[in-house]
Design a protein around this ligand. Structure first.
Ligand SMILES: *Cc1c(COP(=O)(O)O)cnc(C)c1O
Length: 401
């Protein structure tokens, strides 16, 4: 007998509330459910499926590696991991890469490296982590406590000490907290889960300057904004502000779980043999797929395409909104776009998701008031057009127009 959504409550821990339908197959930016209904995918697995579903280059990399070598652990290195690290180093500020399996793990590594390096260089008092209110950095206990949303970290007992919160896009609030005990400042160039809010250039430049003044390391959490999502390989390139440490995951594997922490040779020294690790990190299957993602995404055509599609989508939302009038602001960069509901519709993003699904469209929310779009970086024009036709029908049903 086919299992269905109702079996979720029977067998799974109830920490998620999945949609009523169960996807079974995907191709490009279309997905089909158990009943054969077809959906346009503007959700992209939460900014993960950077090249859509079952992209031929990724299927080919995965199947070739599946017939070659799956896993050896970090007692040995492997060719796909070395090749991926080389590509990342050649294309970014980084000289060294640490592989892991998720965004939270990439941030965990970033934060541990920053604290370790600061303490080794300056002494035990230099351990403070400064993080933005409303930020999201993952769900391990350290990363969820660093995240600036107490609703995710409360209720699990004593929290790690030495974490303080500044206001995003408010340099004065960071300036008031940063001091000689600050080990690092962590920031998302675009707050994703927090509502798709880009940092201003002046803010990130100011954060860099304050970090330099106080010998604090700057960590960019690019788990959501990285790997072509903004139309540059990483968002730091759009801003012209270079971090000391960068975390990457989500789009990096295009749907295969993989994460990476990028840093300089000078900092990397502080994670000497035995100081950190993970069994699966740098797994050959994951790195083979991520290498293929990287080659496709890091091309002028794909990156320029992201900026072009950004404008198409922003224009489409504006045209629909002129008719249905539910959004007060559209913001974001590249193919990470948020549309914030007018105050009279506050808290109703989840209903729009459900109505969109009924029309054959997968979209996301980013908090209760923001509809988030994070489609494939290579989504076809026809899929954008069809998806927004469906979105308009969903919004018309929502607003009763
Ligand atoms: C999703 C996300 C994470 C956590 O990634 P996981 O793979 O879910 O652990 C961390 N930081 C940001 C900015 C994210 O968007």
């Amino acid at each position: 007998m086919t299992l269905s959504r109702s079996d979720f409550d029977q067998y799974m821990v109830p920490n998620y509330a999945p949609a009523a339908f169960v996807p079974v197959r995907g191709a490009g930016s279309r997905v089909w459910d158990q009943a054969g209904r077809e959906y346009v995918d503007f959700a992209g697995g939460i900014a993960v499926n950077s090249l859509g579903h079952c992209h031929p280059a990724l299927v080919s990399a995965l199947t070739a590696q599946a017939n070659t070598l799956w896993h050896v652990s970090n007692v040995f290195t492997n060719e796909p991991a070395l090749a991926l690290a080389q590509k990342i180093v050649n294309a970014t500020f980084a000289d060294r890469v640490f592989f892991c399996n998720s965004g939270a793990e990439a941030n965990e590594a970033a934060l541990k490296l920053a604290r370790r390096a600061a303490i080794e260089r300056h002494g035990a008092q230099k351990h403070k982590v400064l993080s933005a209110l409303n930020s999201f950095h993952g769900r391990t206990f350290f990363t969820v406590c660093v995240g600036g949303q107490p609703k995710y970290s409360d209720g699990f007992g004593p929290k790690p000490a030495g974490i303080e919160y500044y206001e995003y896009n408010n340099l004065a609030s960071l300036e008031a907290l940063i001091d000689d005990e600050t080990a690092c400042v962590i920031v998302e160039p675009i707050q994703g889960e927090g509502g798709v809010t880009p940092a201003s250039r002046e803010f990130l430049q100011g954060v860099r300057r304050l970090c330099d003044q106080h010998q604090a390391f700057l960590i960019f959490d690019e788990v959501q904004s990285g790997v072509g999502r903004t139309g540059s390989l990483y968002a730091y390139m759009d801003y012209g502000v270079t971090p000391d440490i960068l975390s990457s995951a989500k789009g990096l594997g295009g749907g295969f779980p993989v994460g990476a922490m990028l840093t300089t040779a000078d900092l990397a020294k502080h994670l000497a043999v035995g100081t950190h690790g993970t069994t699966y990190g740098g797994n050959p299957l994951a790195c083979a797929v991520a290498g293929a993602v990287f080659d496709v995404v890091n091309s002028p055509e794909v990156l320029a395409g992201v900026k072009h599609k950004h404008q198409q989508i922003v224009d489409a939302i504006a045209a629909i909104n002129a008719r249905v009038g539910v959004f007060k602001e559209v913001r974001g960069m590249g193919l990470l776009i948020g549309a914030e509901l007018k105050d009279e519709y506050a808290g109703q993003a989840r209903e729009i998701l459900a109505l969109s699904a009924l029309e054959g469209l997968m979209v996301l929310m980013a908090g209760p008031n923001v509809i988030r779009f994070a489609p494939s970086l290579v989504i076809a024009d026809a899929d954008i057009t069809e998806g927004f036709a469906r979105f308009e029908r969903a919004l018309a049903a929502f607003a009763g127009k």
